[in-house]
Structures are given as structure tokens and as C-alpha cells.
Design a protein around this ligand. Structure first.
Ligand SMILES: [Zn+2]
Length: 485
């Protein structure tokens, strides 16, 4: 029996999926609200007999491996690793590997090997180690997150990897080294030099890249540099700490979003293991979708300066549009800006009260406007510019109305003025959005006689249902236009 069969013999698809979403028994099958598309009534079914799942809303289907791949945003090998761990099965590879996965496998091996080098280098550099301890990290965290040091020099990593039989092509593809074509022979050199190395883990816990923090560099050097995009590292769906946090986000029914490695490690050490970090990139739709599959609630704990507030607003826009409930931590102190600073100055208790102080995004923006704007007119303008676009992205109309009533109570602006303003924001929003995302803005009203045509055209997630309805009732399916409004 190979590893896949062994896992399937030990685990049932029901227990695998129930580990992610609540399932309800309905005869011989189980039902749930689909984690892959937004829906109110459950159209996601799990068949015990077939050991498969199928969603009648978005047509997503497969076995326990495809489910884990999809929900964790990983590949087949990543799902295999996660499920093997759950089943207590050791992975043995059999048969011919195809070339694509083989290249990826080599890149995983390469990252693991070079991490071992960086770890051994950190053991030798006492002052780097002491610095990490002074920033509040424990020895355990340094070991668990495999933090290391890339020494100053052009070819430490390169020579080490060559000695471990990795080819030039593999070393360059990994992004660990850079190839420079110059006169005469091409030169390959280390990307990370004199840097504290934070390995980046995928959801299965495999190392896919690095974020290197400067150590005694020049003023012109970037504080952090990250691995480039590679076949195994995709910035748009990568969240630092997710391989640990995913278990706790489900358990605690909430995720905490911070910026950067040091903040994440401070939070995990303080017991907030449901924290993830964006690292060297803006928050994306992919990040939001990944978090939503684990919980609808998220707390943003970004820097308290104006750049941090802007980043929080941008992330909130994406999260709210994905139907998530957003809270934001609010630091009144000017010095303690982010979680890492807060722990450093006030200890774990200070961080705990900071996280507990998180307020709904609407209150956060209102408080921020209240402290930064000095006249009623400026405050009203800021509400229109900063707050109402956030409210306009709330997918539920009822929730939108309740939020506007709440803003009316908190400010001097009437509900009617707020509603008129939000209507015009929503209109511009709809026009500037790609068709696929327009469904989230429920302000569009469609006359009933056009509703079916609208669904057929733009809500492709319902096409499977409509197709099966039409064929059962021997109806002719009209040409499904893909044109845009
Ligand atoms: Zn679905």
C-alpha cells in the first residue's frame, strides 16, 4: 500500500473536513456551508460512501487530498504531508515522479539545507544571538522558527549548496543566489549577506524562502530583503506564521494580522498563536480568502502610525468585501507602536491588554478621525473619504444600514446624508470593479425579469445548478454570454 492509500485507510474524509468546517449529518451524507464560496444555506456535501465532497453552488469537488490542497492553499505534496501527519503515517515515495513536482521537491530540499547552514552560523555569531534575545525572543522561538544568520561574504551559501550537490540552475531558481552576467564568466553570488535569516514556511511547514533582516550593513541597504517569487514561493498568498496559526485560528475562531516577523514572533510567544503576518508585501484578496476559510473574524494589529492606519484601512477594505468581521487594535501611546515594541516596553501583559482593546473597524476609524481632525467640517469630510468607502464594501445590505445608523448616532451626520453619499461611492465602486467581484456589492438592484439572465451571465458559480435543472426539465440553455456590462 502506498502512502496515499494508507492515509485513506486510516482517515475518513468526514473527520478531515470536520477539522476545518462544521458538518451536519443529513442521511448518508454530511452538509455544510461551502468554504470556497460565499453562501447562506449549505450546498456543500460530503459523501461517506464515495469519500468525496461536492459543492452544488460552485461545483468544487474532490477527495480529502484536493480538499486540503484547496483549503490550505498548498500543493498535492503539501496536502500529503499534512494528512500523513494527521494519520500518523510515514511518507514513502514510489514510482516515477513527474518533472514539475521533482523541481519543486529539489527547491524544498535546497531551502532546508541552506537553513541548516544559517542556523549553524547563528550559533557562532554570539552578538547576533544576543541581539535577538534582547529583542525579546526566546531560545525556543529561535529554534522553532529556525532563525539563522547569513554571514557577510559573497559565496557562503553558494559553496555550501554546491557541496551538497545542488546545481547552479537549482541554486539560482531558489532565489538564494543571484546570477550576474558580466564580462567573461558569469558570476553567482549570495543574495543574503550579513543578514538575520527568517525562513518562510508554507502551510505544510516546508521552507519556501527567506526574509533577511540587515545586520550591521550600510545605510543604503534595505532593512529587509525577501526571496523573489519562485515556483514554490508566491507572495500574494503567503502569510508568515500560518503553518502554526492555522490550527489556532480555527480553535479561537479569530485570526490576528500583524506586519513583519518580529511582531508575529512576539505575539506567538505571548500565547496569541492565532497570529499571522504579512511580510514585505501588501495585503491581497488571496490572503483574505485564505484567512476566511479558517474564521470570519480578524483583528488587525498593524503599526499605530499613519502608514499603519492606511495599511489597516486597505486590508480592511479587502476583508470586509469578503464578508469578514474586522476589528483593529488601537494604541493611545505614541511610543508603543507595534506588538514587538509593546512587549519590549510593557511585557506580555501589555500586549494582552492591547489585543483585548481591539475595537470594530468603524469605531477605530471614527476614533482616529476624532484625534487627527480638529474641526467638525474636516471630521465630516474625513468620514466621507475614509470611513464610508469601508461601509460601502459590506456585502450585507442589512449590516450596511445598521452601520450607517450607528455612524449617525456617533456623529452629527444624518442617516439620509450618509446613505446618499454611500450610494454614489457604491456606484463608482461597481463601475471600477471587475465583473467577478461585483456580486459582493449588493447595492445593484435587478428587475426580476432580468434576474435569471443576470445570474447566467455573471454568477458562474451557479451554472452547475442551472445546467442540471435545465437538463432534468429538458429546457434549452441559452447561450451563456461572457460579455461585460
Ligand atoms: Zn462552493
Amino acid at each position: 500500500m502506498d502512502t496515499v492509500d494508507l492515509i485513506k485507510a486510516k482517515l475518513s474524509i468526514v473527520e478531515v473536513i470536520a477539522g476545518y468546517i462544521p458538518l451536519t449529518k443529513a442521511g448518508g451524507t454530511f452538509k455544510a456551508r461551502c468554504p470556497f464560496h460565499s453562501e447562506k444555506s449549505p450546498s456543500f456535501t460530503v459523501s461517506v460512501a464515495r469519500q468525496t465532497y461536492h459543492c452544488f453552488g460552485c461545483a468544487e469537488h474532490g477527495d480529502m487530498f484536493t480538499f486540503v490542497e484547496k483549503i490550505e492553499g498548498t500543493d498535492f505534496k503539501g496536502a500529503l504531508k499534512i494528512l500523513a501527519q494527521k494519520a500518523g503515517v510515514e511518507i514513502t515515495y514510489q514510482g516515477k515522479k513527474d518533472e514539475g513536482t521533482d523541481t519543486k521537491e529539489r527547491l524544498f530540499e535546497l531551502h532546508d539545507a541552506v537553513t541548516t547552514l544559517y542556523e549553524s552560523m547563528l550559533k557562532k555569531e554570539r552578538d547576533v544571538f544576543e541581539y535577538l534575545i534582547s529583542r525579546g525572543l526566546t531560545q525556543k522561538t529561535i529554534t522553532d522558527y529556525r532563525i539563522g544568520f547569513a554571514p557577510n561574504g559573497w559565496q557562503h551559501a553558494y559553496d555550501y549548496l554546491r557541496a551538497k550537490s545542488f546545481t547552479d540552475a537549482e541554486i539560482i531558481a531558489s532565489g538564494v543566489c543571484i546570477k550576474k552576467d558580466g564580462e567573461g564568466e558569469a558570476r553567482i553570488y549570495d543574495r543574503f549577506r550579513s543578514r538575520i535569516q527568517f525562513p518562510l514556511f508554507d502551510s505544510a511547514g516546508r521552507i519556501i524562502g527567506f526574509s533577511g533582516r540587515i545586520w550591521k550593513g550600510n545605510d543604503t541597504d534595505a532593512k529587509y530583503i525577501n526571496s523573489p517569487e519562485t515556483p514554490i514561493y508566491h507572495k500574494s498568498n503567503f502569510l508568515y506564521g500560518f503553518h502554526v496559526a492555522k490550527y489556532h485560528i480555527r480553535e479561537l475562531k479569530c485570526s490576528i494580522l500583524v506586519e513583519g516577523q518580529m511582531d508575529l514572533l512576539a505575539c506567538h510567544q505571548a500565547g496569541y498563536t492565532n497570529t499571522v503576518a504579512i511580510s514585505g508585501t501588501a495585503f491581497t484578496e488571496d490572503h483574505a480568502r485564505l484567512l476566511k476559510r479558517f474564521s470570519d473574524n480578524v483583528i488587525l494589529s498593524l503599526d499605530a502610525d499613519s502608514a499603519g492606519v492606511t495599511a489597516a484601512r486597505k486590508a480592511a477594505l479587502i476583508l470586509i468585501a469578503n464578508g469578514m468581521d474586522v476589528k483593529v487594535t488601537y494604541s493611545k501611546s505614541k511610543e508603543s507602536k507595534d506588538p514587538s515594541d509593546i512587549v519590549k516596553s510593557g511585557g506580555v501583559e501589555a500586549l494582552k491588554s492591547h489585543i483585548k482593546s481591539a475595537v470594530p473597524i468603524v469605531d477605530f476609524v471614527l476614533q482616529y478621525i476624532d484625534t487627527t481632525e480638529d474641526s467638525t467640517l474636516k471630521k465630516s469630510r474625513a468620514i466621507e473619504k475614509e470611513l464610508l468607502p469601508l461601509v460601502a464594501t459590506i456585502p450585507s445590505q442589512i449590516e450596511r444600514e445598521q452601520t450607517l445608523k450607528y455612524i449617525e448616532r456617533k456623529t452629527d451626520i444624518s442617516y439620509n446624508a450618509l446613505a446618499t453619499s454611500i450610494q454614489s461611492i457604491a456606484q463608482t465602486h461597481i463601475q471600477s470593479q471587475p465583473v467577478a467581484h461585483r456580486e459582493s456589492t449588493a447595492l445593484i438592484s435587478i428587475p426580476p425579469e432580468y434576474a435569471l439572465s443576470y445570474i447566467l451571465r455573471y454568477h458562474t458559480e451557479h451554472t452547475a445548478q442551472i445546467d442540471s435543472y435545465c437538463s432534468e426539465n429538458q429546457l434549452v440553455i441559452p447561450n451563456r454570454s461572457t460579455s461585460r456590462i
